[in-house]
Design a protein around this ligand. Structure first.
Ligand code: FDA
Length: 409
């Protein structure tokens, strides 16, 4: 409807009701919602292809929501902030949209819903929603700056792009986080927020592998590729999933989840045997009078390669289990249930799925995502200090926050 239509009102700049900065998941959802309310809406993105992050998500199948998504699945300085938007647009609502568009999906595990065929269908869903509602999307348009129009003119924003200047009553920052710069992530959203006087919390790469110190790598890099089911803990958060040994340190879903709550210098604790109590494992074999050596028991319990490494790591005597004192067995068992490690750093934005932190929640209305200090300026999606666990939670926040702002812009 609006495509190509020129809307000059007085000045030289194109005029819109709403300009959404960034046409990722949150931006497109917001644009479609706003346009359905009759707002003349334009979404801008510097990519030459729509939804690049959606396309690479979930291994190309996009884990587009989690049926259990609730505020407890998010990290934020204010754990209550996401409640309102998540309650008003739930995973069931998005699932309704997926079904309306006839997209086949399946639950992989733990409430995680994936496209059966390809993430492309989610991009097409969002494109269709924008088209149907009349929201225009312009690609290859780099947002360079946003200013409030000079005093005297009504409260409007000037959006400066490489393709010229535009004006709008409302501007939505939906430019995402810093992860994966090679597919278009930039810091523009945080820069603009700061420019308008909004605080931005500490930013870190999250949902990412953790690099381990050289001493650890000299012992464990050799078993890179080995994975094991663990209960992994950092601070007061515990996740039960696999960890993976890598050439740089540790990865796998449990580590990615931990990384959301890990800060430099924090220890992490790995329970390497969440189902089998190791004390009983050793003591029962000792009681049976087993002549098997401790090393054999380790490789039996943890596979050849990992068992051998753990055997060395925990300084276990290389003797039959029946010769080891109960107290020593108990100590070894306790160590295996609580292996304390000190990661060196996170794996960086080049690999991270998300950025932890963002525009401080105290600056925004939790209902509309509008900046309290700057009427007409909204922030949605990953640029906000609301970061979800691995498992479809980040997209659910993108949809829910996009709808919340789109209903109000
Ligand atoms: P998003 O980053 O999607 O969009 C921001 C847009 O702004 C981009 O299109 C960018 O091009 C544009 N932009 C930035 N700077 C600009 C500028 N200066 N000018 C113009 N445009 C600009 N989550 C999940 O729930 N399930 C999953 O399966 C996955 N999988 C996954 C895999 C990988 C590899 C990554 C990196 C991430 C995930 N995620 C995920 C996280 C999820 O992709 C992410 O949280 C959302 O895409 C965030 O949506 P936004 O719309 O906020 O930002």
């Amino acid at each position: 409807m609006l495509s190509g239509e020129k809307m000059y009102r007085g000045g030289m700049n194109e005029q819109w009701d709403v300009i959404v900065l960034g046409a990722g998941g949150a931006g497109m959802m917001c644009a479609a919602t706003a346009a359905r309310r009759g707002r003349r809406t334009l979404a801008l993105d510097h990519g030459d292809k729509l939804g690049r992050k959606i396309l690479i998500s979930g291994g190309g199948r996009c884990n587009f929501t989690n049926i259990g998504a609730g505020p407890a699945n998010y990290y934020s300085d204010n754990e209550h902030f996401a409640k309102s938007a998540l309650a008003r647009y739930t995973s069931r609502d998005f699932l309704g949209l997926v079904e309306k568009h006839g997209i086949p999906y399946y639950e992989k595990k733990l409430g995680q819903l994936f496209c059966r065929d390809s993430a492309q269908s989610i991009v097409e869903l969002l494109r269709a929603e924008c088209e149907e509602s009349g929201a225009e999307i312009r690609l290859q348009t780099k947002i360079e700056d946003v200013e409030l129009m000079p005093e005297g003119s009504s409260h409007r924003f000037l959006v400066k792009t490489n393709k010229g200047n535009l004006e709008a009553e409302s501007v939505v920052i939906a430019t995402g986080g810093l992860s994966i710069p090679k597919i278009g992530a930039t810091e523009i959203g945080y820069k603009l927020a700061r420019k308008f006087g909004l605080a931005v919390t500490r930013l870190d790469a999250a949902l990412v592998s953790l690099s381990m110190p050289p001493e650890f790598l000299s012992r464990f890099a050799e078993i890179s590729g080995v994975s094991i089911d663990t209960k992994a803990t950092v601070r007061d958060k515990t996740f039960r999933e696999n960890i993976l040994f890598t050439h740089q340190g540790l990865s796998g879903p449990a580590i990615l989840q931990l990384s959301l709550h890990w800060f430099p210098k924090d220890p992490i604790f790995l329970d390497l045997s969440p189902d089998v109590p190791m004390e009983e494992f050793f003591l029962s074999r000792k009681r049976e009078g087993s002549r098997r050596t401790m090393k054999t028991l380790f490789t039996e319990r943890f596979t050849e390669r990992l068992g051998e490494k753990l055997f060395q790591e925990f300084g276990v005597p290389e003797v039959p289990v029946m010769e080891v004192a109960d107290a020593t067995l108990k100590k070894i068992a306790a160590g295996l249930h609580r292996w304390e490690l000190y990661p060196l750093c996170d794996g960086g934005y080049g690999k991270a799925e998300v950025t932890r932190g963002g525009v401080a929640t105290g600056e925004l209305s939790s209902k509309t995502l509008e900046a309290k200090k700057v009427p007409g300026l909204f922030c949605v999606g990953e640029v906000v200090d609301v970061t979800g666990w691995l498992g479809g939670y980040n997209f659910q926040w993108a949809w829910a926050s996009g709808v919340a702002a789109g209903s109000s812009v």
